[in-house]
Design a binder for this molecule. Structure first.
Ligand code: KIV
Length: 298
């Protein structure tokens, strides 16, 4: 068994041990019970080992992903549209991100938890970024923060890193700019845009980011960026040539209503399963067949 901290759990994973017994016991993938760190991710890049990241917004699902061996969980501001019922990520607040991130930290033992900095929480100044990143670290207990922007966010990244806060950068399509972009178009198309993307990637690396998300960029360009960077790239809609891959969990598991983006693969159809369970429950209550004798106290 490969004992890398980034190994996923085997498909037939042994039943998770009760929390009280976990202590120093190994968990999924033969990994000791400790959180994944930025050093593990840097070492994985050196070894050419790919890893996965999923979003999570609550303790219950985060615990499932942790036990499945997902090494990095992102409390994305995609919570806005995937969890809180907004149309975009723009309305999400710091208080909401602190609450959701704290729940994900509480629900996990081994994953690195990355807390997203929502729109308006870091663009004003590096000092504002520092204040809000510190909230995510202190109040929620995350191991790292993520913020959008390449060159435009470099000063904030530098300040956070100098203060000891690991920063994941996010370039390419930056959903917090949805209104300025007029939607969610693929980025980095054409020579000038491709050069800008590469400049952004190198700038966030130089500023001290430990990883960078590349969202909605042509696969070939993402592979070139990955080759030229020392830090891991995390792709979403960026082809197979990045060091890691992230998906929004509700897309990955088939919870999302309606169409999902082209780059999503649905590994389950939870929306149908859950809907069916709810319909069956309601039908049995209506018919008087639930609760039955075995669900009742004598
Ligand atoms: O908020 C989010 O979920 C993200 C991922 C799509 C990378 O930023």
């Amino acid at each position: 068994m490969n004992a890398s901290p980034l190994s996923p759990a085997p498909a037939q994973a042994p039943a998770p041990q009760p929390a009280a017994d976990r202590g120093t016991a190994t968990l999924y993938g033969g990994v000791t019970n400790r959180r994944v760190t930025v050093r593990d991710l840097a070492a994985a890049k050196q070894r050419g080992e790919r890893w996965s990241m999923l979003t999570a917004y609550d303790a219950l699902t985060a615990g499932v992903f942790d036990e499945a061996g997902i090494p990095v969980l992102l409390v994305g501001d995609s919570a806005g549209n995937c969890h809180l019922g907004y149309e975009t990520t723009v309305p999400v607040t710091m208080d909401q991100m602190v609450m959701l991130s704290a729940a994900v930290v509480r629900g996990t033992k081994r994953a690195m938890v990355v807390g997203d900095m929502p729109f308006g929480s870091y663009q004003e100044s590096a000092a504002q970024a520092m204040h809000n990143a510190a909230r995510l670290m202190k109040e929620a207990g995350v191991g790292a923060v993520k913020l959008e922007g390449g060159e435009r966010s470099a000063r904030s990244i530098e300040l956070l890193v100098e203060a000891g806060i690991p920063v994941m950068a996010h370039i390419g399509l930056t959903p917090q700019s949805v209104h300025a972009l007029g939607g969610y178009p693929v980025q980095g198309r054409g020579d000038e845009a491709a050069h800008q993307l590469l400049r952004d990637a190198k700038t966030v690396q130089q500023a001290g980011a430990f990883a960078v998300v590349l969202e909605a960029v042509p696969a070939e360009l993402a592979a070139q960026v990955t080759e030229q960077l020392m830090i891991p790239t995390v792709g979403i809609g960026a082809g197979a040539g990045t060091d890691a891959q992230v998906l929004v969990w509700t897309d990955m598991a088939g919870m999302t209503a309606g169409r999902v983006p082209k780059f999503v693969k649905q590994y389950a159809n939870l929306r149908a399963v859950l809907g069916e369970a709810a319909r069956e429950f309601a039908a049995e209550v209506t018919a008087g067949t639930f609760p039955a004798a075995e669900h009742s106290f004598k």
